[in-house]
Ligand binder design. Structure first.
Ligand code: SF4
Length: 522
């Protein structure tokens, strides 16, 4: 009898596009998909995130069985214990798995190695196929650099993969970056595109019913409509390229009430669970540009998110771990406001904590509750901006993103939140904090007009909280950023402000902080 290999498939490897399935004859391989009870209990995961992973895993298992593989799906106390128990039960001689994509899985695989060794079973780790740069490549790129700027890494990735490059080695369209063309607000009377939805099949509906009643979970489940198979994922990509990509660039930073996606693709959730490979997505967008269907500003803006930002953020995660989990360069002391779990004042953990009357914050949080997502400007310039200026500890905000977004895993949310979003890393990712007053929100969205607060007022009962929090933030940190070229104008403005006004602004910020309920448990 031949030696038996267990192929462990992680929850983010839900298709053959990324999973490491050994090449041995199929009768010598058992594919293992596990649900870890410990992982499930570690955060109040969004129900739609759980449905996405659980349904995609089941569909992948069925496709492997149809291809002739023996597949085992089961619950286990931990991934390590589940693998060790199965290896013993089935008499396997080795386990093949992909290297841990985030720290918790690295630790689990280390524990598994010890348990398996006791049973005489070897553990073989393969490279993660879900990225275009290996961890070693990023480490080599980062070595000796004073600054890890995404733009330089992105250009190397463009050259390496020949994406949006001309035969003479110059970037297509004559520029590397078309961001300056991509900052338009949504036109006032233009209808908002609907939220796309794949009708859930029987397998998905079973998982929706399963998670609906689970305690210590968050978010709605009924609006779930993400792809859960590779065929659905490919159709979603195709639809995005045809219907949204041509205008994606100019409106990628626009915000509209009630619109979690606008012209965004939602492909991050689909790629990060393993249903699409990042290179096939990038190449499809490039082909649309070459065929004249998509202008360069849109193609480049979209490709940069995947070929540049996604790869860079994964590299930076490993570059900055483990310290990134507790990074707090600005000394932000506060837990997460309860609004992040209950923006409309609904009960959470058995109590109501008051509704959020900030229309911008309320809406982007409600989008996360209802769909497990809001697009990058809602995340960065509303949620992270508010939390940074309020003084929320980056780790507390990070856990909310990790639990609540269907595309979030620690490798992607932690550098985005503790680095870019809150400047907790002290500037490794972004040279200055992304903070802005209500004027930015008013320029890029339709939030402010009907808001209970007045975006033009800085103090007083109707003053927009983004305004007094902004000036309070600048006053607390002006010394640190006084010399930064992009913050100098604001710190000078602060210097010219009347003392009485600054005292009033800071008092109002303190009173506002004191008026909120906070989550002291998650
Ligand atoms: Fe947000 Fe202030 Fe505008 Fe209200 S007025 S939507 S709180 S920025």
């Amino acid at each position: 009898m031949s030696a038996l290999t267990l192929a462990f498939v992680a929850p983010w490897e839900c298709s053959r596009a990324v999973a490491n399935i050994p090449r041995e004859p199929r009768e010598d391989v058992v594919v293992v998909l596990l649900e870890s009870v410990a992982k499930g209990a570690s955060l109040p995961w969004h129900r739609q995130k759980l449905v996405l992973i659980l349904s995609a895993m089941r569909h992948f298992a069925a496709s492997l069985e149809a291809a002739g593989y023996r597949v085992v799906q089961r619950n286990a106390p931990t991934y390590a214990e589940g693998l060790a128990a199965l290896a013993r039960e089935l008499g396997a001689t080795r386990v093949v798995a992909t290297e841990g994509r985030e720290q918790d899985m690295v630790d689990e695989l280390d524990r598994a190695r010890v348990l398996l060794r006791e049973a005489g079973v070897s553990l073989v780790l393969r490279e993660d196929r879900g990225f275009l740069a290996t961890r070693e490549e990023f480490t080599t790129w980062a070595r000796g650099r004073k600054e890890y700027r995404m733009e330089w890494f992105y250009r190397e990735m463009r050259r390496k993969h020949g994406i949006l490059m001309e035969p003479d080695g110059t970037p297509s369209g004559g520029e590397w970056n078309f961001d300056a063309d991509n900052r338009k607000p949504w036109p006032k009377n233009r209808p908002v595109p609907p939220v796309w939805r794949v009708e859930p099949d029987t397998v998905t509906r079973e998982q929706m019913e399963r998670v609906r009643t689970w305690k210590q979970r968050w978010g709605s489940v009924d609006s779930f409509g993400l792809p859960v198979t590779r065929a659905e994922a490919k159709s979603w990509l195709e639809r995005f390229v045809i219907e949204r990509l041509p205008e994606f660039g100019p409106y990628e930073d626009a915000l509209v009430h009630g619109a979690p996606d606008l012209l965004h693709s939602t492909l991050s959730s689909i790629i990060n669970v393993g249903l699409l490979h990042p290179l096939e997505v990038v190449k499809r967008a490039e082909r649309a540009y070459r065929e004249g269907l998509v202008p360069i500003a849109s193609a480049e803006g979209f490709i940069r998110q995947i070929l540049g930002w996604r790869e860079y953020i994964r590299g930076m995660y490993w570059q900055l771990m483990p310290g990134l989990r507790t990074a707090n360069a600005l000394g932000a002391p506060l837990p997460l406001p309860m609004w992040f779990w209950a923006p409309d004042g609904e009960a959470y953990n058995g109590a109501s904590h008051g509704a959020c009357e900030m229309r911008c914050l309320n809406d982007t949080i409600a989008q996360v509750r209802d769909f497990g997502r809001t697009h990058h400007i809602g995340r960065l310039m509303i949620q992270c901006n508010f939390a940074t200026m309020l003084g929320v500890e980056p780790a507390a905000l990070s856990r909310w993103y990790w639990a609540g977004f269907t595309d979030a895993y620690e490798w992607v949310e932690l550098p985005n939140v503790a680095g870019m979003g809150t400047w907790g890393d002290g500037g490794a990712l972004a040279s200055k904090p992304y903070v802005a007053s209500g004027a930015y929100v008013n320029r890029m969205s339709n939030y402010c007009g009907p808001c209970r607060y007045d975006v033009k007022q800085r103090t007083g009962p109707d003053a927009c909280p983004m305004n007094f929090l902004y000036w309070d933030f600048m006053a607390r940190h002006c010394e640190r950023f006084a010399k930064h070229p992009r913050m100098r104008m604001m710190t000078k403005h602060l210097d010219g402000m009347a003392d009485a006004e600054l005292v009033q602004l800071r008092r109002q910020a303190d009173e506002f902080r004191a008026s909120l309920s906070y989550d002291r448990e998650t």
